[in-house]
Design a protein around this ligand. Structure first.
Ligand code: ADP
Ligand code: DP6
Ligand code: CO
Length: 354
């Protein structure tokens, strides 16, 4: 008889930061230099689907990501998450005699992203949130989302925020162990039912500089970076939380765009400079600026992660204005795809790739 296979499947959504995490104060523990804040999109939209299984028949820990195999022992980020989860399962098995002894079986994790991987649409966030969650489910660990966020954070910092819905902060914490560096929900998605998001896929290509490598180069070489982490972000975190609590779209939009721009300025201040935005990204920035001028205020906010793809936040009442303008600006792009996405409440997914 062949050895039994134990298996669990989960899915985790992407989150897109409006106050960006960029820079580590401790690379080993993956602790950030500043707190950050994001909006978690809906599971129906950009998401990772992950199945974790284990069996006495498996010979090594492995991850199949979008159909390609990676050995887990060669990835310190994957290994650190597995180590913590496995340790917990071992403790659980020691306490509870009736539990199956599966902790030392090798793991096989199969994961698919339904959106471009490593292109600046937070694949590492959804990816590592799903990875930690799937193994936690397989091991039947009685963990809270906060405990899980501490493990996911060590895989990829932004992943800790994908364990909560709605508006989520990642508090940088003070402890050298990172015990207090976890995600916290600022407000649930229902708090702001009018919020919408459009994702503009400018390029699905893998980025030239990964987020991990990019931020380490920034910490090592940018003098603007220290100013941002120390003197800009702490105040912005307070203002952003206030804007969200008050459902103040004008403040939310101003802070979101300023923070995206400062993050890309810090990338430019890195040696050698990192260019994540391209001409299409800049055309989108100008289009949003023109939308906002036309209303003498704020109807839309752009933000770009470490890649050229744009994420636009707006309110339902401004949907026609925002989407019509964005379409006209990008009308020369081929292959637009409009899916009925519902990231925050409902949104648009526009494929601008040539
Ligand atoms: P992104 O902007 O997409 O988050 P990053 O440079 O931060 O790009 O991270 C990309 C890396 O994250 C990938 O090369 C891969 O190692 C990891 N990753 C992406 N998706 C998954 C997944 N579903 N499961 C595990 N790891 C993933
Ligand atoms: C620009 O979380 O991908 O998307 O911790 O090294 O995996 P690692 O980095 P990652 O960085 C995300 C950077 C960002 C901003 C953000 O999501 O806050
Ligand atoms: Co990432």
């Amino acid at each position: 008889m062949s050895a039994p296979v134990y298996q669990k499947t989960v899915s985790a959504p992407v989150n897109i930061a409006v106050i960006k995490y960029w820079g580590k104060r401790d690379v080993g523990l993956n602790l950030p230099s500043n707190s950050s804040l994001s909006v978690t999109l809906s599971q129906n939209d950009l998401r990772t689907l992950t199945t974790a299984s284990c069996s006495a028949a498996f010979e090594e820990d492995s991850l199949w990501l979008n159909g390609a195999m990676e050995s887990m022992c060669e990835s310190p980020r994957l290994s650190v998450c597995v180590r913590e989860l496995r340790k917990s399962r071992l403790e659980l098995e020691a306490k509870n005699e009736s539990l199956e002894k599966i902790a030392n079986y090798k793991l096989r994790v199969v994961s698919e992203n339904n959106f471009p991987t490593a292109a600046g649409l937070a694949s590492s966030a959804a990816g590592f949130a799903a990875f930690a969650q799937a193994i936690c489910a397989l091991y039947e660990l009685p963990w809270t989302p906060t405990e899980l966020s501490r493990v996911a954070r060590q895989g990829s910092g932004s992943a800790c925020r994908s364990l909560f819905g709605g508006y989520v902060s990642w508090e940088m914490g003070e402890q050298p162990t990172g015990a207090d560096s976890v995600a916290v929900q600022v407000a649930p998605v229902e708090h702001w039912p009018e919020m919408r998001v459009a994702i503009l896929v400018v390029s699905a290509a893998k980025k030239g500089v990964s987020s991990t490598a990019g931020m380490q180069a920034t910490v090592a070489t940018s003098s603007l970076f220290a100013e941002r982490a120390r003197n800009v972000v702490p105040q912005r975190m307070v203002e952003m939380k206030n804007a969200i609590r008050a459902r103040d779209f004008a403040s939310f939009a101003q802070l979101t765009m300023k923070d995206s721009n400062q993050f890309h300025a810090v990338c430019l201040d890195t040696t050698p400079p990192i260019f994540y935005l391209n001409d299409t990204s800049r055309a989108i920035i100008r289009a949003v600026e023109s939308i906002n001028s036309s209303v003498n205020g704020y109807a839309a906010a752009y933000t770009f992660d470490a890649g050229p793809n744009a994420v636009i936040y707006f309110l339902e009442k401004d949907s026609d204005l925002v989407l019509t303008t964005l379409r006209s600006v990008t009308q020369n792009a081929e292959g637009w795809e409009k899916a009925d996405f519902k990231p925050v409440e409902s949104s648009e997914f526009l494929n601008l790739e040539p």
